[in-house]
Design a protein around this ligand. Structure first.
Ligand code: S3P
Ligand code: PEP
Length: 432
């Protein structure tokens, strides 16, 4: 499935983006192994989260939904999962695979996790190493999926994360629920803290000791009812589009603004964007606001490296903002982008060059020279965020932009095309 975006137009009105993907995965996981019922509202019904739901159903967890964002989970308790009937397919989702590896390492059964071609290329050694230190037995060729997990008793560890990764942190903390003693993870820089917040909400204390997060298993979790906030990583494409397209004025309702996720707001604001945070409130243990974004001429900046983990999924959008800005933008310290659903540095650089923008690719980032975007055909390489970022580039391109291989947009934002059209993007979905 391809997108074709015709130039012109602006983004206006009021929209709500779907539920947060990171939080949705976690509520399914914790709800499944909690005691009692968990009810989620506003859950993302994207393919990545559906893969996590199917994984727990195959391990004997009964769920109703998801139906219009509502999911009811009958928790089986920490020790209630059963050996899955088949190989677990995590699809395109790194979060599903890495968090499940931690959650399943201490079970009393064996299972296998696999995924699509993109996920089978991504590094899993980063979770296998700490889990092995905890006593896990996980076989994987060359540190890649499929992962063959042989459940074993685990013991807690103190682990210094070599990369700033919320997925690795979360995998270790989830394994810690099944381990004896304390499990502590130290991060080199702050990363999203949804696991820590949600564990607390389910009655499992997580201690914060400087850059270290520690837990000692309470032996059980308590089922919860919670509402999932809108995903700031999905809102990011609209923050981008409205910032670069003249006459835009858009309100995004109910977006999660957890400070470990708001790097995109800070980066765009530093570039000159006009973004207002309105009606600040708390939803499901997470801060939420309505975001108003209006057109503004953006300027190139040097992106502070401390903001990289706080905006890690927003770099495809940031590359487009930089291309549409006046002057030069430098991105450094972002080598993690090379091991996402695609090599996001290489794929963004190639796509921008196709549209006539000068980009110097660096091992850990890029230097982007803002200019006028032309039209052309850009390959998304099956990466949802690349597809949505280039769709927004179409607002300011001189000719139409065709983006190929956009099916995976459904992993994180199933109604993207429809919502973008509602807001004013001239986007056609082409299936051949
Ligand atoms: O924990 C999570 O839910 C996520 C963590 C990030 O990955 P890393 O931990 O690999 O940086 C992010 O890119 C991903 O989309 C979701
Ligand atoms: C990197 C992403 O997700 P995951 O690691 O879960 O595949 C993403 O959604 O941009």
């Amino acid at each position: 499935m391809d997108y074709r975006v015709n130039p012109g137009g602006c983004l206006r009105g009021q929209i709500s983006v779907p539920g947060d993907k990171s939080i949705s995965h976690r509520v399914v996981m914790l709800g499944a192994i909690a005691d009692g019922v968990t009810e989620a509202e506003g859950l993302l019904e994207g393919a990545d989260v559906l893969a996590t739901i199917a994984a727990f159903q195959s391990m004997g967890v009964h769920m109703e939904g998801p139906d219009r964002g509502h999911l009811r989970i009958e928790g089986v308790g920490l020790r209630g999962l059963r050996a899955p009937s088949d190989i677990i397919d995590c699809g395109n989702s790194g979060t599903a695979m890495r968090l499940l590896a931690g959650l399943l390492a201490g079970q009393e059964f064996s299972c296998t996790l696999t995924g699509d071609a993109s996920l089978r290329r991504r590094p899993m050694g980063r979770v296998l190493a700490p889990l092995a230190q905890m006593g896990a037995a996980i076989e994987a060729e060359d540190g890649r999926a499929p992962l063959h997990i042989h459940g074993r008793p685990l013991q807690g560890i103190h682990y210094d994360l070599p990369v700033a990764s919320a997925q690795v942190k979360s995998a270790i903390l989830l394994a810690g629920l099944y381990a004896t003693g304390d499990t502590c993870v130290r991060e080199p820089a702050p990363t999203r803290d949804h696991s820590e917040r949600m564990l607390q909400g389910f009655g499992q204390p997580v201690r914060v000791e400087g850059a270290q997060r520690c837990l000692r298993s309470a032996g059980h979790l308590r089922g919860q009812s919670l509402r999932v906030p809108g995903d700031i990583s999905s809102a990011a494409f609209f923050l981008l589009g409205a910032s670069i397209a003249p006459k835009s004025d858009l309100l995004l309702e109910g977006v999660g603004i957890n400070p470990t996720r708001t790097g995109i707001v800070e980066i765009l604001t530093r570039m000159g964007a006009r973004i207002d945070l309105l009606r600040l409130r708390e939803v499901g243990g997470e801060p939420v606001a309505d975001l108003r974004v209006r057109y503004a001429q953006l300027r190139g900046i040097d992106i502070p490296t401390r903001l990289v983990p706080l905006a890690i999924d927003e770099f495809p959008a940031i590359f487009i903002a930089a291309a549409a800005a006046e002057g030069v933008t430098r991105i450094r310290g972002a080598e993690e982008l090379r091991v996402k659903e695609s090599d996001r540095i290489a794929v963004m650089a190639a796509g921008l060059r196709t549209l006539g923008i000068a980009v110097e690719e660096l091992a850990d980032g890029a230097i982007i020279h803002g200019g006028v975007l032309g039209g052309g055909e850009v390959a998304s390489h099956g990466d949802h965020r690349i597809a949505m970022a280039f769709a927004m580039a179409g607002l300011v391109a001189r000719e139409s932009v065709r983006i190929t291989d956009c099916t995976n947009v459904a992993t994180s934002f199933p109604n993207f095309a429809e919502l973008a059209r509602t807001a004013g993007l001239d986007l056609e979905v082409q299936t051949s």
